[in-house]
Design a protein around this ligand. Structure first.
Ligand SMILES: *Cc1c(COP(=O)(O)O)cnc(C)c1O
Length: 232
């Protein structure tokens, strides 16, 4: 299958999920996750009409950013070491993996020096799986309170990864809990701006995530495939 036809396929599956759940197609944006593919394939994705690219490690992302700078918006979706902040901030408009105050402080300081603001998702480990990054749902409210010190960071929503399930339907409670958490946080008047975004859903489970309110789906394998590329 060509990238073009895979994109059409993904588009129609998202549309169907929107119809099933009474949502508008425009509420859901696609991030093509290019971590498993070459620069050429990432370029093909942009040619095919993808405008958001997701990467999880700066050394692998660098060549793609260099070649696509200005043609796509970059999203940092992997856990970020504080020493990578200087490489990433200023190049990636969105960070999906904000999970601790020390990282918030580093992003804020870098953003001050570049005179920019950075849109961030707080990463939440809804499932409680040991292997997953992110804070527990209980920690999000106190975290957002502390985050107010760092005014260059715009918390725009929440991100989660569901455990891999052979039956995608089984991920539903995770996505539903993330949406519920976001809605609960928005009831609380402490936030300057409501949290509008939910970054959830990957190749295996994006239709369920869309039905549960995802505003960004992060699609790797199903959209751009998986190639044998060298790790940077
Ligand atoms: C790799 C990755 C994805 C995409 O994974 P696929 O299952 O290939 O769609 C999405 N989100 C995060 C955080 C990832 O690391």
């Amino acid at each position: 299958m060509t990238l073009q036809s895979r994109l059409r396929d993904v588009e129609s599956r998202i549309e169907q999920a929107c119809i099933r759940s009474g949502r508008q197609r425009e509420e859901v944006k696609i991030i093509a996750v290019t971590k498993y593919v070459s620069v050429n394939t990432a370029q093909d994705a942009v040619q095919a009409g993808v405008s958001h690219i997701g990467e999880n490690r700066w050394p692998n992302a660098k060549a793609k950013w260099d070649s696509l700078n200005g043609q796509a918006v970059f999203h940092y979706i992997g856990s970020m070491q504080t020493n990578k902040v200087k490489d990433v901030i200023g190049k990636f408009e969105y960070v999906h993996s904000l999970d601790r105050l020390s990282l918030a402080e580093a992003i804020h300081n870098r953003a001050v020096s570049l005179d920019i603001h950075v849109s961030c998702f707080v990463q939440v480990n809804v499932s409680g799986e040991q292997s997953k990054h992110g804070m527990s749902p209980d920690e999000v409210k106190p975290f957002l309170t502390e985050l107010r010190k760092y005014d260059r960071i715009k918390p725009i929503g929440l991100m989660t990864m569901a455990p891999y399930e052979s039956e995608p339907e089984e991920t539903r409670p995770v996505f539903r809990a993330l949406r519920q958490l976001r809605d609960d946080l928005n009831e609380w008047s402490f936030l300057k701006e409501p949290l509008t975004e939910l970054s959830m859903g990957m190749s295996n489970d994006f239709e369920v995530a869309v039905e549960e309110g995802a505003t960004w789906v992060r699609l790797g394998t199903v959209l751009v495939g998986k190639e044998d590329i060298e790790e940077g």
